[in-house]
Design a protein around this ligand. Sequence first.
Ligand code: ZN
Length: 141
Amino acid sequence: MKIRADIAALLHEGHCDSYIARELHTGKRTVATARLHLGIPPIAPAQTPEQAWAAYAQPAGQGHMEWTGPRNHAGTPVFTYRARRISARAVAFKARYGRDPIGYVKALCDHPGCVSPCCVADKPMRQQLDTTFNAIFGGAQ
Ligand SMILES: [Zn+2]
């Protein structure tokens, strides 16, 4: 069997079949067959949403994190965990604050697409920041 060099390279780097299929625009079955022929054991699926998140979030310096995983139609970082679509920022939020977010979770920093737990805030937190900012600097009345 002829195995594509790009598939073999990503398999040797330790990526999962889904990631490789997505990156190289090929089928998971093709990747799985190549894995079998190369004798590289399959990667166990993530046991928690946090593990799935960690597979896609990469440090981007100064505490920011970039998302290498899938995005929804609006460009928001998301991933599928046990057949559920999950917001990457919601997972980062819960990891930091220990509770589920209220409303959408957004990054407060200006690093494009940041998913760092240090940079995310839910709706009540953003409203509190707006109130504080307006109290200090004066907002539109
Ligand atoms: Zn950030």
